[in-house]
Write a protein that binds this ligand. Structure first.
Ligand code: SIN
Length: 279
């Protein structure tokens, strides 16, 4: 299968066209798609028309899909979650909730966070609703040598409901919250496939850096987050209906924007695939 590749951002993100994922790519094409993703951190596959089972099948070629109960799922496939303009905090105040409204990397409260996230634009608004990404390899590479030496050995505690969180998160049943894991991860991780180092931050889930007092930890986390989210490290994806955007959570952060016109629908199907413990 041949496909065309177009660079989207200056330093990250590429789109491919000429692929119909209703027909699973052969091994060479699949590897070529993975290579585009590794080189560009964010891969957009244009013009897809997929029912949830076909979306899940195609995404399982990139890894093992994981179940996540924090989000609603399609009736056909429990592993295909729904992110929608209709999302409400049903167990809490019932008000609209925007999943992923602040910078984050998916799943970092897990011991083995997902490696990739795939979001499929089933319905997209006429304007707005972009997803922003930031390049955590570049953010790490640009740090002064002294800062890199300081943070290289450090680890941070990540929690589902961190005291530092910036977004509202949907209310979960008490038993689920009690069982919700926390995890300790390095501030700088090595990508298991590219072997490159990147900052591993999650402003919404990081609680504290191990071995630093609260004030010192907050100061360093704030400094690193401000550095990593500078516009020069960002790419902003403007959605077209039928886009599948796949990003690598090991070397990027992302955030959703809910700035589209009232009454317009945004409906995304989401799959995440398994990852390893960060090192
Ligand atoms: C997410 O954070 O997973 C959702 C991103 C989006 O809806 O743009």
């Amino acid at each position: 299968m041949n496909f065309q590749t177009e660079k989207l951002g200056g330093h990250m993100a590429a789109a491919v066209s000429g692929v119909d994922l209703n027909h699973l790519p052969d091994a060479a094409t699949q590897q070529a798609l993975i290579d585009v993703l590794h080189d560009n951190l964010v891969l957009c596959i244009r013009d897809q028309h997929l029912k949830p089972p076909a979306f899940l099948d195609a995404m399982s070629r990139f890894g093992t899909p994981m179940l996540r109960k924090q989000l609603a799922s399609t009736p056909e496939c429990a592993e295909v979650n729904i992110i929608s303009s209709e999302d409400r905090d049903v167990l809490g105040d019932g008000k609209k909730i925007v999943n992923g409204a602040n910078w984050h990397t998916d799943d970092s409260f897990m011991r083995e966070p997902c490696s990739l996230t795939m979001l499929y634009g089933v319905m997209v608004p006429s304007t707005g609703g972009d997803t922003q990404f930031t390049n955590m390899y570049a953010a790490y590479d640009d740090l002064p040598a002294g800062t890199r030496a300081r943070i290289d050995p450090l680890k941070a505690i990540h929690k589902y409901s961190s005291s530092r969180k910036l977004s509202r998160i949907s209310t979960r049943p008490a038993d689920e919250m009690a069982a919700m894991p926390e995890a300790t991860h390095p501030l700088v991780r090595t990508h298991p496939e590219t072997r490159r180092g990147s900052l591993y931050l999650n402003p919404n889930r990081m609680e504290q850096i191990v071995g630093l007092d609260r004030t010192e930890s907050n100061h360093l986390l704030d400094e690193l987050i401000a550095h990593a989210t500078q516009p020069k490290y960002q790419y902003r994806h403007v959605w077209r209906r039928g886009d599948i955007v796949i990003w690598d959570n090991r070397c990027t952060m992302h955030k959703a924007n809910a700035d589209y016109p009232e009454g317009e629908r945004r409906l995304m199907h989401r799959v995440i695939v398994a990852g390893t413990e960060p090192f």
